[in-house]
Design a protein around this ligand. Structure first.
Ligand code: 13P
Ligand code: ZN
Length: 273
């Protein structure tokens, strides 16, 4: 079967990267069954042929109106699709959608009419915010990282920036490579517009947000960047839990050592260490 990727090497490279990350999510045990979802803004790769490509579906409502997305195109994981399958066949387990002029609905254009992820309201709300704020970020990733989700089952950890400070202090690279920390979104129903609205509030201040007792959602320049941020944060969560299971609470780096990392790596300092 023909694919829109056949004649578009730059778009193919983008989707290959999505497939690579999907494989990592499965290998890490973060993607049980259909767990997690990925969307990438691919509008920069869209040529006239794609713009005129007939829709495979009738218009489908997003559930919210997103004014900056008019005429944008996204690759989206399919709802109910498995990351481990997407890793091998990204265009059978995801599809490309076009946002219509009402900014409240979309059509699927390629390769197959695979319905996008149930978390589309959250993903598209974040993309809308990113475009509106002039960001160059293109990718959004939601996944179920075991140790981070475990930490969200505790009220104290859900206080603003409590988890961020613990995670940053476990290993210098976490502070360096997830310098905005981890925002907290109190529990909401998966796939709901309420979850999208709460996520949007946090993504204004954080690149990665915790969906309480569910998973993590990140935005990044590309899908690898979004994945890396979650990966370094979860690495810290694993170290914290290893120390706890050895019977002690880890000391963590000192505030001075953390501030030194902030200085040397010239990190943003929205949040004190
Ligand atoms: P989808 O299969 O609809 O992408 O849902 C997976 C998920 O993790 C929902 O939060
Ligand atoms: Zn989920």
């Amino acid at each position: 079967m023909n694919s829109i990727l056949d004649t578009r090497p730059a778009l193919r490279a983008e989707i290959d990267s999505v497939a690579e990350v999907a494989g990592y999510l499965w290998q890490k045990g973060w993607a049980e069954r259909n767990g997690g979802n990925i969307t990438v803004n691919i509008t920069e790769h869209v040529d006239d042929d794609l713009r005129h490509m007939p829709a495979l579906t009738e218009p489908i409502a997003i559930g919210t109106t997103l004014p900056h997305l008019r005429g944008c195109y996204f690759y989206c994981k399919g709802t109910g699709k498995r990351m481990r399958d997407l890793a091998r066949q990204p265009m059978q387990n995801g599809s490309v959608i076009r946002i219509l002029d009402d900014c409240a609905s979309y059509v699927i254009i390629a390769d197959e009419p695979v319905m996008p992820t149930s978390e589309l309201p959250s993903h598209l709300s974040m993309h809308d915010y990113l475009i509106g704020s002039g960001s160059t970020y293109k990718a959004s990733l939601h996944t179920h990282p075991i140790e981070l989700v475990a930490m969200s089952h505790n009220k104290e950890m859900l206080q603003k920036d409590v988890m961020t400070k613990i995670l940053w202090s476990m290993i210098p690279e976490t502070l360096a490579f997830a310098p905005l920390g981890l925002g907290i979104v109190p529990y909401e129903l998966p796939g709901s517009v309420r979850l999208a609205e709460a996520t949007l509030e946090q993504i204004k201040d954080y690149d990665v947000v915790m969906w309480e007792k569910h998973g993590v959602c990140a935005v990044g320049r590309d899908i690898m960047d979004a994945f890396d941020q979650i990966d370094v944060l979860n690495k810290s969560a694993v170290i914290y839990m290893c120390a706890k299971s050895m019977g002690f609470t880890p000391d963590g780096m000192t505030p001075e050592a953390m501030r030194e990392v902030q200085e040397v790596f010239q990190l943003p300092k929205q949040r004190p260490c």
